[in-house]
Design a protein. Structure first.
Lengths: 659, 524
């Protein structure tokens, strides 16, 4: 099995062979991402049957850079500007020169058909097929490459969309048509139509990419990671390409969840994930399950398919440090990026970054810094000069300034972790922290201390953990259906039984024959009190157990909002997930050569000598303060913590004495 | 700066205080009942020190921006004996409020026995009684606008005043919703108090108190630094606003002076208060002025009481912008506030021509619809409609968006048509309604409602006669208009503000104004 995670700078590969993990990093080839993948595959792959699981940014980039297909929108007459108007709000409250992101579909490619249904799906105005044919000819004349079709209330009745889709298909051979009723059949027209438009716009590019990649991989089966943390078959990904758009950070959460299950020996671990990279940090809270959300935005556009609920902040190792006009120290959201990068990379960076501050304080010992007592590299000298210059400007000792940079960036991350925990009614003390990404394991102890977190699980390979997630992700397809009902409606249970049966049957088709027997289903209800406009999702064990879901809703509402009502909530949507569990992937601890322990100088309140060890040489336990070096990242274990090595290869930190 | 008040501490505490207010705001949004708060985010929260100076605010809607300090002043002037567990409620425009639907809660926060902070939340409640459903009537005096609550304790030492609470609920058409929304506000105060306790536990009260003061001084310093880069000088500008139900309008007049010590904004030349709903109390003017300042000075300046210090705002008692009771004020918030922004920008444009945009639509197009739904239950629906933004030195104005003092989202048409007995036939950009120029003003919106059942409709709008101005040679945007289409298909124009019953099959068409253009159009 091979996991391949395409990133902006590097393509990460993680292969498992007989339980042993192999890692490779190859520079990405943005013009043709498949090139780097095929190179890496040749490097690592063992045989012609190896499964390849791939996380791609082709869909993401097409949307963010507006490089998707030339797409037209077909909607109801009178509402043709629905996507341009959006939710009618402006992105920034206090801008004298406000700007909007470039529209995905320009005004001249938005078309209206005189057709209309009401909220019950009944006809107001009937579709005229001649009008559709005339429009098809116009679209052909305009050389449109993809079409999104979305009518009001199509979640309640999809007949008009299907007829229009069929006519367009006939007249526009080879042009992909996305129907809102098949991409996302739930109410709220802006969100549904925007998601459909994005799907249409990325489909040609993603399809072509997947075809090329499949050809290159020959007989090796290919699976694609989606934003919900499950994998898809290539043909499904080609039909619903938008499902790949937020898959980037999903792998890490999946991997963290699996690891926490194993380490904590439970099926419902409670964890906070912290994926700190160069420019941003992704955090997620898993309250015993992987959490989903349907209110994500991409570049100001709503993307309403269920995705793993990840919160992103613009703070990472490469975040730039500056003093503002009032003399306050600011960190991020601007980043040094990969080029020129932090000063310590020596690629021409001149502005201090978080990584430089870590280096200055001895937290980040790159290999060139080890054992070079007395003589330091020019890059390190440049960092020392930059910190000293800033310290002079602030009239503070340099150590305090470097520590201040870390305090400020940690504050941003504590805020992010609070947003997904305390602000949703969860106490972080009940959760374990799983830090990964290039910079997560350097900041983990400070964050855990601020949030009173009592346990940290450090993965065996934190630097390529998202690619590890690809190997662990289950095959999964989901489907949402709108339904409007009162929770105490007597007919609801039988209605749910019917809906569940229908979605079971449709979703099973998405699996290969040999998988179908192992497929199991999960259901979720979106509920709210009458009059509310935000829903809370709770699991539904089975239609007959509706009562349990309603009780859980009242309880969740109380936890999140401080109150509950003694009335039956409204049921707004049913989500079905069909899952085919992946057979467990056993990964054994890589036993590297033990190397002698060393010591290094590090500042944590004062300069001190601390232990510096190679990760592979930590056999059983390690006591903070210590720096642990490994191929893909560096760990900083502060004085209050002790680490124990788990059979999975994870390092588990707990406070020496309760915090 | 001493060691503990360095640039690191400023950033850390600025974030910490702001997070208290933000988290309170999130709590309200999450748990409120009415769409007005949840979807439209018509609410704000703030943290004040014991002396009534604002330390941090999470303002989701600019019209709340400068209005909270006046609330604190009024509350502190009337109530002297605060105790832990007290919660004061107020909406009286003449005692700390702005217009009646905005209900504000103020709770003291004690550290041991010391009154340390005040937590404040304000939310637009979708009905507080009065002449018309939705409490946004075309009134002539404040008594017609709904229930008036001077600053009184809703909770005393944790005990709710049941008599008062029942009176409040009895004076709204939607008591159930009021209860839910007030609960949401109370939950926010609960959360705010918990967060303050955590901050005190982590850093100690003396440090928190000191940093609150440091942040006020810091904001003042930063405003001073920003102003020093602005040209000094004086400018004058005026514009009109229509008085609903009449053919007359009132003039808003501004004299702006920027000098070394700060900004003086003088509105004393404005017309007298009028018989109608467009009068404003002074805190509306404060909000509009701080909104404009905030768009012009650097975004990094924290919004707290310190940033207000270099800005002096003058109004004349008895004028349209500093009305005396019982003048009607319900539209001061929504319509007059927009015109104050236009007038102040007009003055600033003479001193900072590259920074100031041409006039945006300058109205909120407040529409209230009430009646009985398909099941025979009474409903009230309120919405505001976006329009064109003014173009500016860097480009075209936005089309079909909320501008300036509001930023509320629309209700999805599919949600509307599920809930109410009317449907939306048209919701589209109004092509070429933005003023021409080197950069064109943004387009307004066209929206058509088709009524399936009898409905009681109130529109409250402006910029139907005086067009949004262009700048540096740009043409003005088109004025808005509205009309009724009767069941025979005949169109009759309607006035800019009206209350009218619509019958099944009849339609209401509204076209909102376009934004002004910027710069002279280059001839090809």
């Amino acid at each position: 099995m091979l996991g391949v995670d395409t990133g902006g700078t590097f393509t990460d590969f993680v292969a498992v062979k007989n339980g042993a993990i192999q890692i490779a990093k190859i520079p990405s080839t943005p013009a043709n991402p498949a090139e780097a993948i095929l190179q890496g595959t040749l490097l690592l792959v063992m045989n012609e049957e190896t499964q390849v699981i791939h996380g791609t940014t082709v869909a993401t980039n097409a949307i963010l850079e507006r490089k998707g297909a030339k797409t037209a929108l077909v909607t109801n007459a009178g509402l043709t500007h629905v996507l341009l108007i959006g939710r009618q709000d402006r992105p920034e409250l206090y801008a004298s020169h406000p700007k909007l992101p470039q529209p995905l579909i320009p005004r001249e490619l938005c078309f209206g058909l005189r057709v209309r249904r009401n909220a019950q799906g009944e006809i107001h105005q009937e579709l005229n097929e001649h009008e559709v044919i005339a429009l098809a000819k116009e679209l052909q004349r305009l050389n449109v490459e993809a079409v999104a079709v979305g009518f009001l209330h199509a979640y309640a009745c999809d007949e008009d969309e299907k007829r229009v889709g069929a006519i367009l298909n006939e007249h526009l051979p080879g042009v992909p048509i996305s129907l809102s009723s098949s991409v996302l059949p739930v109410f709220r027209e802006v969100e549904r139509l925007m998601t459909t438009a994005m799907n249409a716009s990325v489909t040609p590019k993603v399809s072509e990419y997947i075809s090329k990649l499949s050809d290159g991989l020959g007989s090796r089966p290919l699976y694609l990671m989606q934003s919900n943390g499950g994998t898809l078959l290539p043909q499904q990904a080609q039909a619903q390409s938008i499902r790949l758009a937020l898959s980037g950070p999903a792998g890490g959460v999946v991997a963290a969840f699996h690891l926490a299950k194993e380490v904590l020996n439970t099926d419902a671990p409670q964890l906070l994930t912290l994926d700190m990279g160069g420019t941003s940090t992704d955090v997620a809270l898993c309250p015993g399950t992987i959490p989903y959300a349907q209110d994500h935005e991409m570049n100001g556009m709503p993307m309403a398919l269920p995705v793993i609920d990840i919160h992103t902040v613009g703070a990472g190792g490469g975040s730039l440090v500056r003093l503002d006009a009032g003399g306050a120290l600011q960190v991020g959201p601007q980043s040094a990026g990969a080029v020129p990068g932090p000063i310590c990379y020596g690629h021409g960076g001149t502005q201090l970054t978080v990584t430089d501050a870590n280096l200055f304080l001895g937290r980040l010992r790159q290999d060139w810094a080890l054992g070079t007592e007395g003589e330091i590299e020019p890059e390190q000298q440049a960092v020392v000069r930059a910190v000293s210059a800033l310290a002079d400007e602030m009239h503070l000792p340099p150590e305090q300034v470097a520590q201040g940079i870390l305090d400020v960036v940690n504050e941003h991350m504590v805020h992010a972790l609070s947003k997904v925990s305390v602000q949703k009614g969860f106490d972080p003390r009940d959760f374990v922290l799983v830090p990964f990404g290039g910079a997560g394991p350097i900041h983990m102890c400070a964050l855990a201390e601020q949030l009173n977190i009592q346990k940290i699980i450090i993965p065996p390979t934190p630097g390529v953990f998202s690619a590890v997630g690809l190997l662990l992700a289950d095959r999964m397809v989901d489907k949402i259906q709108s339904l409007f009902a009162k929770g105490d409606d007597e007919a609801l249970i039988s209605r749910l039984e019917k809906l569940c049966a229908v979605s079971k049957a449709t979703l099973l088709d998405s699996f290969e024959a040999q998988e179908q027997e192992q497929v199991y289903f999960e259901w979720e209800l979106s509920l709210r009190y009458a009059g509310q406009s935000h829903e809370i999702s709770v699991p539904l064990q089975a239609p007959q157990q509706l009562r349990g879901s309603l009780d859980m809703f009242h309880q969740r509402h109380l936890e999140m909002n401080g109150w509950q009502k003694h009335e039956a909530p409204e049921v707004v949507a049913l989500t079905t997930r069909a899952i085919c569990k992946k057979p467990g992937v056993k990964m054994v601890k890589a036993s590297g050569a033990t190397s002698p322990e060393q010591s290094g100088r590090l500042f944590d309140g004062e300069w001190q000598e601390v232990l510096v060890a190679e990760r592979s040489s930590v056999e059983n336990t390690i006591e903070g303060p210590a720096i642990v070096l490994q191929e893909d990242t560096t760990l900083w274990i502060s004085e209050a913590w002790r680490g124990d090595v788990h059979a999975s290869g994870a390092l588990i930190l707990t406070p020496k004495e309760g915090l | 700066m001493s060691e503990a008040t360095d640039g690191i501490a400023i950033t850390l505490y600025q974030n910490r205080f702001r997070q208290v207010a933000e988290e309170m705001g999130e709590t309200i949004k999450r748990s409120a009942f009415s769409a007005n708060i949840k979807e439209r985010e018509d609410h704000s929260c703030a943290l004040f020190n014991h002396a009534g100076e604002m330390i941090a605010q999470a303002a989701h809607i600019p019209v709340h921006l400068g209005a909270m300090p006046a609330t604190l002043n009024a509350v502190r002037a009337r109530i002297k004996d605060f105790a832990p567990g007290d919660v004061v409620i107020v909406n009286d425009p003449y005692a700390g409020g702005t217009h009646l639907p905005d209900i504000t809660l103020v709770s003291p926060f004690f550290h041991e026995k010391e009154l340390a902070f005040f937590l404040v939340s304000r939310a637009h409640h979708s009905d507080v009684g009065g002449m018309t459903p939705g409490s946004m009537p075309l009134s002539t005096e404040v008594f017609q606008e709904g229930l008036i609550l001077p600053p009184v304790k809703l909770f005393e030492e944790g005990q709710r005043n049941e008599a008062l609470f029942q009176v409040i609920l009895k004076n709204t058409r939607t008591p159930h919703e009021r209860q839910g929304d007030l609960n949401a506000q109370l939950a926010a105060h609960e959360i705010g108090g918990t967060r303050l306790k955590q901050l005190i536990a982590a850093d100690g009260y003396p440090q928190l108190k000191r940093m609150a003061k440091v942040l006020l001084d810091y904001a003042e310093e930063k405003v001073g630094a920003a102003l020093s880069a602005w040209p000094k000088g004086e400018a004058t500008f005026s514009d009109n606003i229509t008085i609903p139900g009449t053919s007359k309008s009132a003039a808003i007049h501004c004299h702006l002076c920027i000098d070394a010590s700060g900004i003086v904004v003088d509105f004393t030349g404005t017309d007298d208060q009028v018989m109608g709903p467009i009068n404003a109390v002074k805190s509306i003017v404060d909000s509009a002025v701080f909104y404009v300042c905030r768009t012009l000075w650097p975004a990094s300046i924290p919004h707290n009481g310190g940033a207000h210090r270099p800005v002096q705002i003058k109004t004349r008692q008895g004028s349209l912008l500093d009305a005396r009771s019982p003048a009607g004020v319900v539209g001061g918030n929504v319509e007059t506030s927009q015109r104050i922004v236009d007038v102040l920008y007009g003055a600033f444009a003479q001193l900072l021509p590259e920074k100031v945009p041409a006039a945006s639509q300058g109205t909120m197009n407040n529409l209230t619809i009430g009646g009985l739904d398909h099941d025979g239950n009474p409903y009230t629906y309120y919405e505001t409609i976006g329009g064109g933004h003014g173009a500016h030195a860097l480009g075209e104005g936005l089309s079909g968006r909320q501008s300036h003092m509001t930023n509320t989202r629309n209700t999805p048409i599919e949600a509307l048509e599920q809930a109410y007995p009317f449907w939306i036939e048209t919701y589209a950009l109004r092509e070429n309604s933005g003023g021409m120029g080197k950069y064109q003003g943004g387009d307004g919106l066209a929206r058509t409602y088709v009524f399936e059942k009898e409905a009681f409709v109130t529109l409250f709008s402006s910029r139907r006669r005086q067009a949004p101005y262009g700048l540096t040679g740009g043409a003005p945007g088109q004025v808005g208009n509205q009309s009724k289409v009767n069941s025979k298909g005949e169109t009759e124009p309607l006035p800019d503000s009206f209350t009218l019953t619509f019958f099944p099959g009849e339609k209401l068409q509204i076209q909102t104004p376009g934004g002004g253009g910027f710069g002279t159009e280059e001839s090809p």
